[in-house]
Design a protein around this ligand. Structure first.
Ligand SMILES: [Fe+2]
Length: 285
């Protein structure tokens, strides 16, 4: 279970690449993927379907449990420009897309019924907003420090090549890591609030200035987001729900939590200045 090299066999835009990559038996699949993501300059999301002997590797597992050893061949493939980001894409204009003028900030009203209808949303969908208090401020600072540190490391490795992705940086964690970071009891409270099983944990650090996430419904069946900083700490970047025929822009102070299902139409208004941090629990399978 010591240090060894695995062989990565992967197709990028259908072109075969092979590379030796250092691993240890005790590392989790998640840790291995994060390191590969950093070194290969690709998004973690591109590595979702990494296989060994035809079996998809589970992020939570340690790699020794698959009997991966020296010379084992791990396979995956991805398209250079095809990144599946389930928590939305920040973009500059989303030109021509429904409701984009609202999130750009150029108009304040819209035909909300048409927006919901065109996105096949539920016109009376609900969202929950939970007041701060579940996660302590010290813990929130620790989560922000972690994602800041990782953002810096990825920036050093990726350089300016992937500036857009680095500006909207997403760091995947497994449950055990989140439990170590926030404490088991707090995690259990968060899970009770989620009221379902989840299969992805992400910390997001966004500084995509001048960009917004257009109205959409999520692929993730249920999304819980803890605001890791308050919406008074950055300019714009407001979470906007459209339901009940109106637009809701909840105040999200540090530590507040929003929960919604994938039937509610929502977006994020243009981020002007500052950095916006969030912790997400998602159900994608
Ligand atoms: Fe979303």
């Amino acid at each position: 279970m010591g240090d060894f090299n695995v062989k990565l066999k992967y197709y990028v835009d259908s072109v075969l690449n092979q590379k030796e990559f250092p691993a240890t038996g005790k590392m989790t699949v998640c840790e291995l993927k994060r390191q590969i993501s950093k070194k290969l300059k690709t998004s973690y999301y591109n590595l979702q379907h990494m296989t060994f002997l035809g079996q998809i590797l589970d992020d939570e597992e340690e790699i020794w449990s698959y009997e991966i050893e020296e010379g084992s061949v791990l396979e995956f493939s991805y398209q250079v420009h095809d990144i599946d980001m389930d928590i939305g894409n920040f973009d500059q204009n989303h030109e021509g897309k429904v409701g984009c003028e609202i999130l750009k900030g150029s108009v304040k009203v819209g035909d909300f019924a048409t927006i919901v209808q065109s996105l096949k949303g539920n016109p009376s969908a609900q969202f929950n907003l939970v007041e701060p208090g579940l996660i302590s401020n010290e813990t929130i600072i620790r989560l922000k420090q972690l994602v800041d540190r990782e953002h810096l490391e990825f920036s050093q490795s990726w350089g300016t090549e992937r500036a857009g992705e680095l500006d909207d940086f997403k760091y995947n964690l497994i449950r055990k890591e989140l439990s170590n970071l926030i404490g088991q009891k707090t995690l259990q409270k968060l899970e009770a609030l989620y009221e379902d099983t989840y299969d992805e944990i992400v910390i997001r650090r966004c500084q995509s200035h001048g960009q917004f996430i257009n109205f959409h419904t999520d692929f993730s069946k249920r999304t819980l987001q803890v605001a890791l900083n308050g919406d008074d700490e950055y300019e714009g970047g407001r979470l906007v729900y459209v339901t009940g025929g109106v637009m809701h822009t909840p105040q999200r102070p540090t530590g507040s939590i929003t929960i919604h299902q994938n039937d509610i139409v929502h977006g994020v208004s243009k981020l002007g200045k500052g950095v916006r941090y969030g912790l997400f629990l998602l159900k994608k399978k």
